[in-house]
Ligand binder design. Structure first.
Ligand SMILES: [Zn+2]
Length: 429
């Protein structure tokens, strides 16, 4: 046993409310913290010295399971609201090409954008991030991150030549696939991401699923995102096919013998992959929903509400997903299609557009469900006793003790914006 002088003292924080996600919230709450973990939580006067946070609600840190931090220096999204998706992809490609050509400066700018995005996430009450890292993967760009990051290495290559090139690149990057245990990488965990049906071969999706399973990593893929992707899959034609043909990157065989979204889902679930993040799923059909329901223990659909709205897609199938019990988590996507990296604002968007969904269910989508999808430590995304302290606070002035849905009240309170309080605990490194 360590001598008493070596034991970190406990800190108690008190607030008007606590909504821990693993159980209903309560008023007059306190939590005692030690070594970065929750030691105890309770109601009423704490009965010991404490930090009083005042008229706020304490919530678990938000989890953003889907973003691309390399775009975090953009002031405004690329394109315009309602831009057809392939045109937006073209704008992303032009933006990338328009960056400086000197590789050293380009890398430095990308690192700066990533670090800016991490800092912005922290300010918005985010505790952990699911990040898509585009090739060439440079894991050091995320070193010394303030926040835990699940870094999904993105895989691209639709034609067999491009696919082979991508695999040989992977083979040469063993060291990148398993970051050194040195202190700069403590916050990083890896994942695998076949990009999307218009950039990855179906057979590679299956192979990457097995790779992720072997390494106990989650797999993330953009799927059923745009009408043009659906047209490519259904009819082998449309704006994506034209675009890919124009750069000699189209191969109809890449989609398999009977192209469908369901074929990608089946390819992934044929492997023992523990978590498959279906990113967007804006155009999931009945047959896809049925399959996801069957594999709901291993699947999470990542809904990016404001990006969905930016592209003016038809109504999101949120109710059909929830009624089947398929876990849904909220992501911000990147600043190339969203004005900021605030999952709270995504949750507010859900509260405003789906008045029938209870506030606690929306908060689960912004916390616990994302943590599960990213395969973070058990309990992250909640404020359960024994779990890492990730607390954030949100102004609760005006919230009455009789309010029937207090979380919906907070989400619909215009001036309520969460901020991190977890650095208050001793022992946080
Ligand atoms: Zn994305």
């Amino acid at each position: 046993m360590p001598a008493p002088s070596q034991v970190n003292p406990a800190t108690t924080v008190r607030a008007r409310w606590c909504f821990p996600v693993d159980q209903p919230g309560w008023e007059n709450a306190w939590l005692t913290l030690r070594d970065g973990r929750i030691l105890e939580r309770g109601k009423g006067p704490p009965g010991r010295p404490h930090i009083d946070l005042g008229d706020v609600a304490i919530l678990p840190g938000l989890i953003n399971p889907h973003t691309h931090l390399e775009f975090s220096n953009l002031n405004d999204p690329l394109g315009m609201a309602g831009t057809p998706f392939p045109e937006w992809v073209g704008a992303v490609i032009r933006w990338r090409r328009g960056q400086v050509s000197d590789p050293t400066i380009a890398r430095a700018m990308k690192t700066r954008a990533i670090q800016t995005g991490i800092a912005e996430s922290y300010r918005n009450g985010v505790y952990a991030i699911g990040e898509i890292a585009s090739p060439p993967w440079q894991d050091w760009q995320y070193a010394h991150s303030l926040l835990p990051i699940r870094l999904f290495h993105e895989f691209l290559g639709l034609t067999s030549e491009r696919s082979e090139a991508a695999w040989s690149y992977v083979a040469n990057l063993h060291e990148s696939m398993a970051p050194a245990a040195d202190s700069g990488y403590q916050q990083l965990q890896l994942g695998v991401s076949p990009h999307a049906p218009y950039t990855v071969r179906l057979e590679d999706v299956a192979r990457l699923g097995s790779k992720a399973a072997e390494r106990h990593q989650p797999l993330a893929m953009h799927l059923a995102e745009s009408p043009e992707e659906m047209e490519m899959i259904d009819r082998g034609s449309g704006a994506f096919v034209d675009m890919l043909r124009s750069v000699d990157a189209w191969d109809p065989n890449a989609l398999g013998s009977r192209p469908s979204i369901r074929a990608y889902l089946e390819a992934v679930f044929a492997s023992p992959v523990k978590q498959f993040l279906v990113v967007h799923g804006n155009f999931l059909r009945q047959e896809d929903l049925d399959l996801l329901q069957q594999f709901k223990d291993r699947a999470t659909v990542i809904y990016c509400p404001r990006t969905h709205a930016y592209f003016k897609h038809p109504a999101y199938p949120l109710q059909p997903l929830l009624s089947r019990g398929i876990p849904v988590a909220l992501g911000t996507d990147s600043r190339a299609s969203n004005p900021d990296l605030s999952p709270w604002r995504e949750a507010q968007s859900v509260a405003n557009n789906f008045p029938e969904i209870p506030g606690d269910q929306i908060l689960r989508m912004a916390t616990m469900n994302g943590a599960r999808a990213l395969m973070l430590e058990n309990g992250v995304g909640t404020l359960k006793t024994g779990t890492p302290w990730t607390g954030i606070a949100v102004d609760s002035r005006g919230l009455s003790s009789n309010e029937t849905d207090p979380l919906r009240f907070l989400l619909q309170k215009e001036d309520a914006h969460p901020y991190p309080v977890w650095p208050l605990a001793p022992g946080i490194s």
